[in-house]
Structure formats: C-alpha cells, structure tokens
Design a protein around this ligand. Structure first.
Ligand code: FAD
Length: 392
C-alpha cells in the first residue's frame, strides 16, 4: 500500500450550487483541491420548503465537515414524534421516531435554503460563481472546457454535474431525455410556526384518497407544509397566483386549518413542482466528467433520500479522488460505490411513492418487515475513510 497526499486532480468545476454541489466543494477543498461552484441563479434566495435529513446523510455531512450537524441541529428541528391522520383530521396513529435509538442520529427537518446557506458559509465566497449557467462543455485528454451562458469559459481537470434533475451536464454526457413524471404534483411552502396545528418536534402526515399533506417544523420559528396529489396533468401553472388557486382547489376537502394555512400563504412562497425521477444509469463517469446527486440519480421524495444520498455521493467522490492514484480509477471506484446503492433506493422510492396514495395498511406485517430491513440498510450507511487502503 502506498499513501500519497497529492490529489489526482488540482482544479475541479462543479456545476450547480444546490446542496450537493456545495457539500462536494467543501469535501474537495478540504483535500487541497481547487474546487469552484458555478450556479445559474443570480443569488441564493430564501426558496424551497422543508427537507428531511436522516442518519445516513447527517453522518456523511459530519464526515465532510465535522461539527456541521450540531449547527444544523440548532437551525432545524429534530423529529421526535410522527402522527398519521386522515385528510379530515382524525388521528390514525402516533409513534415515537425510532431514529436516535436505532441509528444514533435523528431525523432533522430544515428549511432547504437555510441548509444551502449553512453549506455556502463554509466556502470562500470567491469560489461560488453565481449567474453562471452551464450551456456546454468539451473534454480532451488533459482537461475539460466548460461554457457558460454569460460568455465565460472555465478549464478544469474534472467537471462534476451537480445541476439537479434537469441536468445540462447529464443531457450532454448521456442524452437520455426528459425525467419521468411519476403522476403526482407537489406544492410546498414555509410559513410562521402555528402551534395549534403542530406540536414542537412533531411531523404530521395526512392521507387523503389520492393526496397527502405533511406538516413539519423547520426551526427558527417556521414550519413547512407540503401537499401532494395524484394528477395526470403535470403542467406547471403559468403564474404564482394560478399555482396557489390550483393547490387550494385540489385540497378543498382537507381539514379546515390546512386549507386555511394554504389560503394564508403568500403565493410568492409556494413552490409548485411535478414529481419526477429517472431510471437508474449503469455509468455516471466518462473520462473527466461525472455526475452527482439529482443529476445522477433523481428519485421521488417518498423515501426522503434525495438529499441524503447526495451527501453520500459528495463524501464518496472526495474519498475516491483522495485514495486512488489516477483519475480513471478514482471515478470507476466512485461509480462502483454509488450506482448499485442509489439504484436500489431509486427503485424503492418509486414503489413507495405509489403506496402513499393507497389506503393505510397497518397490519401488513410482511410489508412492514421488508420496509424495516431496507430502512436499516439505508440509515446505517457509514462513511468510512479509506485513506490507508489505497491500492499500491
Ligand atoms: C431551489 C430548490 C429548492 C429545493 N427545495 C427543496 C425542498 O424544499 N425540499 C426538498 O426535499 N428538496 C428540495 N430541493 C431538491 C433537493 O435539494 C434535491 O433533490 C437533492 O437534495 C439533490 O441535490 P442536488 O444538489 O443534486 O440538486 P439540486 O438541489 O436540485 O441543485 C441543483 C442546482 O444546480 C443549479 N443548476 C441547474 N442547472 C444549472 C446549469 N445549467 N448551470 C448552473 N447551475 C445549474 C440549480 O439552480 C440548483 O441550484 C430543492 C432544489 C432546488 C434547486
């Protein structure tokens, strides 16, 4: 075994300043790699809704930046209790979250943009390049040249596409068409916390016939509502006011405080989306270009693993770049470590998405056992430093 401290790349361009791109930049810069993030947005705005971080994702974040999870715990909200209700508000069951006892870390719910801000705060501001929309790239033996809409170009040793479900990098690299609409639409927002609806540290899940509403705390005096409904039409509303009217119409039969909550929400804060995924790929890395997060493995949100598997990717990619002596071997190992695991989670998430809209099956023990086995495997994921295990 040989140990070297020199990384296999010096300069890395990361497309996308979402939570995956930022976490990856932190992990790479820690190794002395000159990683830069190129984000199409002109500024980081207070957008998004609540995102759930689970033990596997939190462990990876803490391995990337020790201490960050304590900061996230102060900003977000730890889930201790889950309540399942009907859409008209009758409680079906309540249970304590088993996460800390079983996996040593909680489920943490946090406002997406707060998570983005916290990650960005660990990077020097000059390495985050806003208003840089990637429109193309070409690679040769020695480097990758990336082109941006603003006319700029950047040369790097490695290009990482962390540009989300509609990834431009993936489109150029793999050309596998549009994401797959899985049949449900989603609306979400963050509002001021209302204690008549939600107890502290509680998540409420309200199941309608073909719809579901989540209420969750996101910390700092805020809560988030997320409403999803099975709908054949995935067209997005043309204005914010139209999106609000649509969600009010679709959830007209929900229990009164939820309808009222949606009615009181500023249309500017309502994020409308169609729930999409893609079928798993067999390869993510081609020479000097690779994919990460939603660009590599977009999945439905049913298993709550989109962000968490993205943090696993960030950790593992950084480890591979550190532990292998050439780029091709490092990227081949990254693909090997990540593709099989994320493919299983993508498939599970798609199946679970369908179950969301079926009647609650409390006594289906086989289903519960299968789910528990899978959850143990997902949440027990351990980031392990392999710096001493580099093949010689
Ligand atoms: C604005 C926003 C809000 C979100 N809110 C939530 C939420 O509330 N709850 C939740 O569970 N999940 C949310 N997500 C999704 C969730 O963060 C991701 O599914 C997951 O964490 C994977 O992260 P990612 O970094 O791979 O992709 P994303 O988080 O989607 O980030 C991709 C980034 O790439 C940028 N980008 C896209 N194309 C280009 C391009 N051509 N050039 C440069 N930059 C580009 C995007 O602007 C974005 O910042 C949100 C995503 C976004 C972009």
């Amino acid at each position: 075994m040989i140990e070297t401290s020199k990384p296999v790349v010096e300069k890395v361009a990361i497309i996308g300043g979402g939570i995956g791109g930022l976490a990856t930049a932190i992990a790479l810069r820690k190794q002395g790699i000159d990683a830069h993030v190129y984000e199409k947005a002109r500024e980081f705005l207070p957008v998004g809704a609540g995102v759930g971080l689970h033990p596997n994702g939190l462990r990876c974040l803490d391995a990337i930046k020790p201490g960050i999870v304590d900061i996230l715990k102060c900003s977000g909200c730890q889930v201790d209790k889950v309540t399942l209700k009907t859409s008209t508000g009758e409680t079906i069951m309540t249970y304590e979250s088993p996460m800390i006892k079983k996996y040593g870390q909680p489920t943490l719910t946090i406002w997406w943009c707060r998570l983005q801000q916290i990650l960005a705060s660990y990077l020097p501001s000059e390495v985050i390049h806003l208003n840089h929309c990637c429109i193309g790239f070409e690679q040769n033996e020695n480097s990758v040249i990336t082109h941006f809409k603003n006319g700029k170009t950047v040369e790097s040793d490695l290009l990482i596409g962390a540009d989300g479900v509609n990834s431009k990098v993936r489109e150029i690299l793999i050309s596998d068409g549009e994401p797959r609409y899985v049949g449900s639409m989603s609306w979400r927002a963050v509002v001021n916390y209302q204690d008549e609806l939600l107890q502290p540290h509680e998540v409420i899940l309200m199941k309608g016939e073909e719809s579901i509403v989540f209420l969750l705390g996101v910390g700092e005096g805020n809560m988030s509502w997320l409403a999803r409904k099975l709908l054949p039409d995935s067209t997005l509303s043309s204005t914010l006011a139209e999106a609000k009217s649509r969600v009010l119409r679709e959830f007209a039969n929900s229990m009164e405080p939820v309808r009222e909550l949606i009615a009181q929400t500023d249309p500017e804060g309502i994020l409308e989306g169609s729930i999409c995924d893609r079928l798993p790929l067999k390869q993510w890395s081609y020479a000097r270009v690779t994919l990460l997060g939603d660009a590599a493995h977009p999945m439905t949100p049913a298993a709550g693993q989109g962000a968490n598997t993205t943090f696993e990717d960030a950790y593992e990619l950084a480890e591979c770049l550190r532990n292998f002596s050439d780029l091709q071997t490092a990227l081949a190992n990254y693909d090997n470590r990540r593709i099989q695991r994320t493919a299983i989670i993508q498939t599970h998430s798609a199946e679970r998405e369908k179950l969301y809209y079926q009647p609650f099956q409390q006594n289906n023990q086989q289903l519960q056992q299968e789910r528990e086995n899978l959850e143990n495997w997902m949440y027990n994921y351990e980031p392990k430093s392999e710096s001493r295990l580099r093949p010689g």
